[in-house]
Ligand binder design. Sequence first.
Ligand code: BES
Ligand code: ZN
Ligand code: ZN
Length: 502
Amino acid sequence: MKVEFVERKPTGVKSDALVFLLTMDDLKSAKEGRRERVSPLFGEHRRQIEAALNAGNFEGDKGQELTIYSVGIHRVVFLIGTGDKSQLTNEKIRRAAAIGIKAARGSKAKSVIISTLDSVVEQLSDYETVHSIVEGAKLGLYKFDKYLTQEKEKSGLETVVVAIEDVGSAIGKKAARDAEILCDAVCLTRDLANAPANEVYPEVLAEIASDVAKKYHIRARILDEKQIRKLKMGGLLAVNAGSVRPPRFITLEYKGNPRSRSWYAIVGKGITFDSGGISIKPSANMAEMKMDMSGAAAVIGAMQAAAALKIPVNVVGIAPCTENLPSGSAYKPGDVVTTMSGITIEVDNTDAEGRIVLSDGLYYAQRYRPKAIIDLATLTGACVVALGMHATGMFGTNEDVMAQLKEAGEKTYERVWQMPIYEEYEKQIKSDIADVKNVGGRWAGAITAALFLKRFVGDYPWVHLDIAGTAILEEATDYAPKGGSGVGVRLLTQFFKQVASQ
Ligand code: BES
Ligand code: ZN
Ligand code: ZN
């Protein structure tokens, strides 16, 4: 599907479907006959659209939809409400665009025009308006249909044109292009998460990371089992022991600011399937655990986005990857594991495997003397209990980095919520026979997991993002179907933009 921007009145551009995003205030002026606001947009369609508006109860409330057939050169027009003008946000635009484009797809349109009034653009900015429309459209159309061979509901949608008369061509085209690049990275991350574990296992994930690196001038260094052994990554090897598939340790270096020697490190949990191991999980919903590599997938996606958008920042992406399976050779409760850092772990539960592989990933990140280490992991069910699917749990040692992530979270709507890591919780992960234990008992499970990770980051500024609830969606949102959400890619890309501009 192609996305374009044109600085034109939408009614003049030929297409099967036309999607208008309107605020409640715009609708009110149209209904009150104050046409000077609305009429210029509707142009020659004015009479027909106003008649439909007057006949129905469409108020432009957020998410509200009105469909009008055969309007001028367009087969169908969709009016989508964005709510109160004073309450307008980028997120409401993303959602309205997604609702509109899905309606257009449902109507079998091949070409769609999306537009909005200058009242919307006034409230946001030219760049943000177009960017958010394209985000909503691209992400809203995402489907994981690779394996549907029989009933593939072919979306014949070929072109999406964002047409806004009051937005300059240069800025509009740049916003559309940037959003397209970003959404391609989000969709890559969604595809990787949604892919079944028999197709995407550590070797394949590493192969895909290499392909991304080749395409976007990123340097990839993939460590195989022999190299992982040589580095004494005992955490990754312990979790891998039960699997017949070899582990991989992915590193990707993007040097967007060659004059600077400072790095940001992003580290993602790459469990391509988490059965729980010997501490096996119940079979209900176990299939979801093919997405337990969502952290690693977000790292790969964010590296692609940063490089493709040429953000002037240096980032190393790190992902320790393995399956977690039970077998005769699997690691067991009671085992003591020596990690690359030398720190020993008493394994109390083999299902708390993410923190064990991350111990080596986080320790390895210290090699870059990073300005900050940010890890992303579908780490705990406890985080899902606490925050559900609408906020990522954030834990860390550096308030500045957390403030930047919070701001990026609000902008992208990949919101993060800070949780405490008070030292009083530490005693829950104390072991009698090793330096640390991999589980901390029933209470505050997301916090004790974070405190475990903290042992492996030295004195470097560090933030942990528990994406267990936000990466794996149990139900669809307006612009993400059920399954892998691709969370983290837009958040980190926005974070890099922010720190690069400082
Ligand atoms: N991958 C899971 C966490 C998870 C649960 C992610 C639900 C997404 C949805 C993780 O490896 C795990 O099993 N954690 C255990 C830890 C426990 C044994 C201390 C958990 O959360 O139950
Ligand atoms: Zn687990
Ligand atoms: Zn896991």
